[in-house]
Design a protein around this ligand. Structure first.
Ligand code: MTE
Ligand code: MO
Length: 323
């Protein structure tokens, strides 16, 4: 397979599997005739806008040093956690296509001066999309490196003018039982909708991204289409998918995993090799793709390698207690 470089975001047609074609069917249909297959064409924008939008701008601080570590597209899009579609890692890729993402609205409220809604079209026209290559570490000790396409969450929050009393931000995922088989299952363990939260300073941190794409393409449903958070220094479960509601709150919001098992999943969930999960060590991770023959086991870094950028947010806090 052709190796992709930082500037080469197109996926050669020889690299496109039938599954990818299927997943990007809608994006490809919307693409104007001259648009290269695989360029970022986001579902809701008209073909006229598409050519302008597909020219992504790249942030100078995108971490180019991670280019060679990028996890193959197929691994990123077939080994997922998205419990709304089932608990098996292969369930989201098999079932998330049942979720319709167009039209899509995000309601923003709580302690803000300008409550309101954002339609996906607004998201794409009002914010400057850029690429960020991030390490991503799941609490279940697997990891990947993904070139996300998105914009800092701070840009979105500022438009709604959070009030001074707003100390936290709460996020909710779409809950649509008819399209989400995992929420109807007897083995469903989460109290839906899936919820997450961040402290305001974490939410405003420049590394906290709202992603709408990966590998230069529209976000596949299994990865949280049409928009999801990516918080690279925290365990993966904080990076909530398919967001429909955002509220600024005074108190620390309840999160799905904490509600389920507070002894295993803390609110902060900063990646910390020193603090074991009650049932396994966090000292190492398996970099995807990983197999018994090639486990790809590497040590986990404090704050997942982003210590320099984020450790300051937690000064004076006991990170063994606030895990
Ligand atoms: N709504 C929702 N968001 C979610 C989850 C989920 O089950 N539902 N799983 C989380 C977990 S545990 C991880 S590791 C990441 C996985 O993201 P990925 O599938 O894009 O790798 O999504 C997070 N966001
Ligand atoms: Mo996870």
């Amino acid at each position: 397979m052709k190796k992709r470089t930082y500037t080469d975001h197109s996926i050669a047609s020889s690299d496109i599997t039938p599954e990818q074609v299927f997943l990007n069917r809608r994006a490809l249909i919307k693409a104007s005739a001259g648009t290269m297959a695989g360029a970022l064409v986001v579902p809701s924008i008209a073909a006229a806008q598409a050519s302008a939008q597909s020219a992504l701008s790249f942030s100078p601080d995108a971490d180019r040093s991670l280019v060679d570590e990028q996890t193959p597209y197929d691994a990123v899009t077939t080994y997922n956690n998205f419990y709304e579609f089932g608990t098996d890692k292969s369930d989201p890729a098999r079932h998330a296509h049942n979720m319709t993402t167009d039209p899509w609205t995000v309601k923003v409220g709580g302690l803000v001066n300008q409550p309101g809604s954002l339609h996906l079209e607004d998201v794409l026209s009002k914010f400057d999309l850029e690429e960020r290559i991030y390490r991503f570490r799941c609490v279940e000790a697997w990891s990947m490196v993904v070139p996300w396409v998105g914009f800092p969450l701070s840009q979105l929050l500022k438009r709604f003018e959070p009030k001074a009393e707003g100390k936290f931000v709460e996020f909710k995922t779409l809950y649509r039982r008819g399209q989400m088989r995992g929420t109807r299952s007897f083995t469903s363990i989460i109290d839906w909708p899936y919820r997450e939260g961040l402290r305001m300073d974490e939410a405003l941190h420049p590394l906290t991204l709202v992603a709408v794409g990966l590998y230069g393409k529209t976000l596949p449903n299994q990865n949280g289409a049409p928009l999801r958070l990516v918080i690279p220094w925290k365990y993966g479960f904080k990076s909530i998918k398919s967001i429909v509601e955002i509220n600024v709150t005074a108190k620390q919001p309840k999160t799905s995993w904490q509600m389920l098992q507070p002894s295993e999943y803390g609110f902060y969930a900063n990646v910390n090799p020193e603090v074991d999960h009650p049932r396994w060590s966090q000292r190492f991770e398996r970099k995807l793709p990983s197999s018994i023959f090639k486990p790809n086991r590497v040590p986990t870094l404090p704050f997942n390698g982003y210590e320099e950028q984020v450790a300051g947010l937690y000064q004076g806090m006991d990170l063994r207690k606030f895990y």
